[in-house]
Ligand binder design. Structure first.
Ligand code: GLU
Length: 443
């Protein structure tokens, strides 16, 4: 388990943007002081909720799980952010992730704030029934602090539409009870509106077309916009760390866009396939075996002769054009940043690069497209799902993807322009954009 505290990393990222914002020469001393007060408020979550969830296990024993929901900031709209299931979840991690959500929603210019949830659990150790009881328990535990206009959770690492379905079901039960208290029953329309409390739902539960692949597709749109600015063209290669929802989809979209993905990994290790991996076949092979090792699938076949095994560490140092950390925090650190050979880093995970590594990469001239920009496609389509539920609409995939493309292009442009104007790296630029928008909304 990494010892680098992600919340401290997040605060150190904010610091650079804070200095640029407060030291603006056009501001009077009084204005600077007022801004500083607001920024100081932005350094603390507005609400931290700790829940305990007792679950009866399949063998009849009871296990008590710890969970969190952190509501970081709602200046721009309801708290928004996913729920993570992982054995290394900690309060500081959830605090960092919720802060990044506030920044991310502002970069994408969504009318939403930032929140995040997490449960300390290794979901792979649970049966489906145990997972359902845990998820329902968490949904019930946070029901009083969420809602369409207060806090809108979604999937994150190890959670998905099925889990959102269980949670929304528990949430609706509490809402029906409340309505009954006032002698009312909820109509179908009321229920659909209330379902907007969770996004990333299955389509049958009111989910949006395109949500599942939105983070990956948004990442491709952002990458293409930034590659244009960097004038990086030609036959490009990529290595992707992570093969969950985000990892798989970015591999798929890179491949479809003509970028050769030569390596990919999961938590157990990775594969290196110089001819370029076939995403669908690789996923199928991983599902069958339970791991990626040996899944050297390229073209139309999987063949042991087509590739070799790589460790997660070695994957980061491969000679590729684009490195995509799409797993967890602290993948790129001061230990390995100097050894990275990629020309550009596309952060699809949240917080994969430490502040020390950022400095090293900047000095090396390797642009890092920051998480709060590059993985904002997921929450952007979440915002579309929320809007569709509230308006009682269902948009087509083509409509969703068109809107996503516009949002991503605008966000990438704003970040690029800020980096030029302030002669700074893309992460600081993204924070400057986000900070400016949040400060404007703060009372
Ligand atoms: N968990 C995703 C993220 O980190 C999506 C959050 C959402 O859709 O609210 O951006």
């Amino acid at each position: 388990m990494s010892t680098i505290n992600p919340f401290l990393s997040a605060m150190s990222q904010l610091k650079k943007a804070e200095q640029v914002t407060v030291n603006n020469k056009q501001l009077t001393g009084k204005q600077k002081a007022a801004l500083q007060q607001k920024i100081d408020r932005l350094k603390q979550p507005q609400r931290v909720v700790n829940v305990t969830i007792p679950v009866i296990m399949d063998d009849g024993s009871q296990q008590i799980f710890q969970g969190y929901r952190v509501q970081f900031n709602n200046s721009r709209g309801p708290y928004k952010g996913g729920i993570r299931y992982h054995h290394n979840v900690s309060l500081d991690e959830v605090k960092a992730l919720s802060f990044w959500m506030a920044m991310k929603c502002a970069v994408a210019d969504l009318p939403l704030g930032g929140g995040k949830g997490g449960i300390i659990v290794d979901p792979k150790m649970l049966s489906v029934g145990e997972l359902e009881r845990l998820s329902r328990g968490y949904g019930e535990a946070i029901a009083d602090i969420i809602g369409p206009d207060t806090d809108v959770p979604a999937p994150d690492v190890n959670t998905n539409g099925i889990i959102m379905g269980w949670m929304v079901d528990e949430f609706l039960k509490t809402q029906r009870k409340k309505a009954k208290l006032f002698g009312k029953t909820l109509t179908k329309r009321d229920e659909m509106k209330l379902k907007s409390t969770f996004t990333g739902k299955a389509i049958k539960d009111g989910g949006s077309e395109g949500r599942e692949e939105a983070t990956g597709l948004g990442g491709l749109f952002v990458l293409q916009a930034i590659l244009k600015k960097l004038r990086l063209k030609g036959k490009l290669t990529a290595a992707v760390q992570g093969f969950g929802n985000v990892g798989y989809n970015i591999v798929k979209f890179l491949d479809e866009a003509g970028i050769t993905v030569v390596a990919v990994s999961d938590s157990k290790g990775g594969i290196y396939v110089p001819d370029g991996i076939n995403p669908a076949l690789t996923l199928e092979c991983k599902k069958k075996n339970g791991y990626l090792a040996g899944c050297y699938c390229s073209g139309s076949v999987c063949d042991l002769k087509k590739g070799k095994q790589v460790t997660n560490d070695a994957l980061l140092e491969l000679p590729v054009d684009i490195l995509v950390p799409a797993a967890l925090e602290n993948a790129v650190t001061q230990e390995n940043a100097g050894k990275i050979k990629a020309k550009v880093v596309l952060e699809m995970a949240n917080g994969p690069t430490t502040p020390e590594a950022d400095v090293i990469l900047y000095k090396k001239g390797v642009p890092v497209i920051p998480d709060i920009l590059s993985n904002s496609g997921g929450v952007t389509v979440s915002a579309f799902e929320w809007e569709q539920n509230l308006k009682g609409q269902h948009w087509t995939k083509a409509q969703v993807n068109k809107k996503l493309a516009h949002k991503m292009a605008a966000a990438a442009e704003a970040v690029w322009q800020a980096s030029v104007a302030h002669k700074t790296d893309l992460r600081t630029a993204a924070f400057i954009v986000a900070l400016g928008r949040i400060l404007k909304a703060m009372k």
